[in-house]
Design a protein around this ligand. Structure first.
Ligand code: ADP
Length: 177
């Protein structure tokens, strides 16, 4: 499913985030930037040790709701943007605001680094248990808002869904009808 917003294309695909040929791949990182399971583990395994070595240079890691950028090691991307989403804790702990901020910080970093295409995993919806319906709406809405605020700054925003179920949810959100 694809949605064109001015000069930026938003698309949802089913796949593996580590296999994307794109300028920026976003990692669903933890605030220690120390590697982990899920997307984080897959990116560090596929990308090689240089990524973790670069992450270690961010002393104190990265606060929830923010992002940091490193090289992409062996991945077919130019950069990795490590975004830290919130752990879901019932919804009353600023989870939505922090997730929005994680997406927004990633998009901002991409533009600052002259990266024109970016692939996101579904941040916080795995080990961090953020409900997918809510999280995907925040992801798509935040990206749409960013595109209206920065027309022409990005060519492509891709949502990489691990499962067919996730793809269905994202596709619905990108369907303008
Ligand atoms: P978080 O800790 O932010 O919840 P996870 O990595 O546990 O992040 O999960 C985020 C989402 O990414 C989940 O939907 C999970 O199924 C999915 N996922 C896991 N591995 C990959 C991968 N290699 N490519 C794309 N998505 C993945």
């Amino acid at each position: 499913m694809t949605l064109n917003l001015g000069e930026t294309r938003l698309e949802a695909v089913q796949g593996d985030i580590t296999q994307q040929e794109i300028d920026a791949v976003v990692n669903a990182a933890n605030s220690a930037l120390a590697g982990g399971g899920g997307v984080d583990g897959a990116i560090h395994r596929a990308g090689g040790a240089s990524i973790l070595a670069e992450c270690r240079q961010f002393k104190g890691g990265c606060p929830t709701g923010q992002a940091r950028i490193t090289g992409a090691g062996n991945l077919r991307a130019k950069k990795i943007i490590h975004a830290v989403g919130p752990v879901w804790d019932g919804g009353g702990h600023r989870e939505s605001e922090l997730l929005c901020s994680a997406y927004r910080s990633s998009l901002q970093l991409a533009v600052e680094n002259e990266l024109r295409s970016i692939a996101f995993p579904s941040i916080s919806t795995g080990a961090y248990r953020f409900p997918l319906e809510k999280a995907s709406k925040i992801a798509v809405d935040t990206c749409k808002d960013f595109c209206s605020e920065h027309p022409g700054a990005l060519d492509l925003i891709r949502f990489v869904c691990f499962s067919a179920r996730d793809l269905k949810v994202y596709s619905k959100l990108l369907n303008p009808l």
